[in-house]
Design a binder for this molecule. Structure first.
Ligand code: NCD
Length: 356
């Protein structure tokens, strides 16, 4: 029987499920698949595979990069789940809806507001003997494993290695699932340390505190940067405040509020809890420093820095790397590891202008 999934992992649910070697294999696969100029270049490795995007929360990057990844690998996407056109509108449960999609697709890319929900959906699908692989595209404030893969891929591209990196985690460390997955993934490498700079007391929960983790007030950020040895490899990982999760804690009926009221609460929370990484901060960082942000951004990085050509500012590259990383995840979980590593690397690694 053909193995479903990759190296004994049926689904992609938590970054913590992978060993260092497995993470390296995924990142290497992404590197083989990196399309710096991919116009018109498509592979057929996943021809015949079908992906269903199942997003119960909004998404710009994750959903589109997964869909683009599937198309770039020669597969197809079903139309994204929308409550209004699904039988959920008729009262069908979320699990029944997901079980339905699993009958027609090979990959379910699922985002849901409840922590651990995606794992629960996957377990139920397994009990029913489905072949669909489930990819966790974010389960509430818990995890976002493929974001961590692309974050690590970006660090690897910027620094050429993942050992010995100091991660400075900024913003909402309590509800930010990308921070949680990043910590769980990055700690698999040697000599890695984490320092938190939460805003408004949104501290990292104990289960994610790794490798001598300590926290400082965000107001001490600049001063802290000045204490770092010039030779350190530093990642400044800025995140937005997860206002919607904070609002749900503050207001019991938040989900019933109208859009205008939600927008008012959003600007209230963003105003109350904000910080900004500036060019002045970057000017005092060690030589090898990179600024990452999973996006979307609030006021954490102003336009002039975000859209600058400053080499240390990587969020746009990071966002682009979502494509090869998700191509790698789909390819590996589609059982195509051998095919990926047999690809003529040169063709896919070089930007068009460098190809002769
Ligand atoms: C993040 C998410 O959804 O967790 N977005 C993303 O996928 N890049 C970050 C966020 O929403 O703040």
């Amino acid at each position: 029987m053909v193995e479903i999934g990759w190296r004994g992992h049926r689904h992609l649910l938590s970054i913590d499920d992978f060993s260092r070697e497995e993470l390296e294999a995924m990142l290497n696969a992404a590197n083989v698949l990196t399309l710096d100029s991919d116009e018109g270049q498509k592979l057929d490795i996943l021809k015949g595979f079908i992906l269903k995007p199942v997003f119960f929360e909004p998404s710009s990057r994750t959903q589109n990069s997964f869909e683009a990844a599937m198309l770039s690998m020669g597969g197809s996407n079903l139309s994204p789940h929308l409550t209004i056109t699904s039988s959920m509108e008729k009262g069908e449960t979320e699990q029944d809806t997901i079980t339905t999609y699993a009958q027609y697709s090979d990959f379910l890319v699922v985002r849901h507001p409840r922590p651990n929900s995606v794992r629960e959906f996957a377990i139920t699908l397994d009990k029913q003997g489905n072949r669909a692989r489930v990819i966790n595209a974010g389960d509430g404030s818990n995890e976002h494993p493929t974001q961590a893969l692309l974050d690590l891929y970006t660090v690897m591209k910027e620094f050429k290695e993942l050992d010995g990196v100091t991660y400075l985690l900024l913003g909402d460390l309590k509800y930010g699932r990308t921070v949680h997955s990043l910590v769980l993934g990055a700690r698999k490498f040697d000599g890695v340390s984490f320092v938190g700079f939460p805003v408004g007391g949104l501290s990292l929960s104990p289960q994610y505190r790794q490798n001598g983790y300590n926290e400082h007030d965000i107001s001490d950020f600049r001063q802290f940067l000045e204490t770092l040895p010039r030779t350190s490899r530093v990642v400044i990982y800025a995140t937005r405040v997860q206002w919607e999760r904070i609002a749900r804690e503050r207001y019991e009926n938040f989900d019933q509020f109208d859009e205008k009221e939600k927008a008012r609460i959003r600007s209230e929370i963003y105003k109350e809890l904000n910080y900004q990484v500036t060019a002045e901060h970057l000017a005092v960082t060690p030589d090898l420093t990179t600024l990452l942000h999973p996006l979307p951004r609030g006021s954490e990085i102003a336009d002039e820095l975000f859209y600058s050509n400053q080499l240390q500012v990587a969020p746009i590259r990071q966002m682009r790397y979502g494509l090869p990383v998700r191509m790698a995840a789909l390819g590996l979980y589609g059982g195509k590891e051998k095919e990926i590593f047999e690809l003529p690397k040169g063709i896919f690694n070089l930007p068009a202008h460098a190809q002769v």
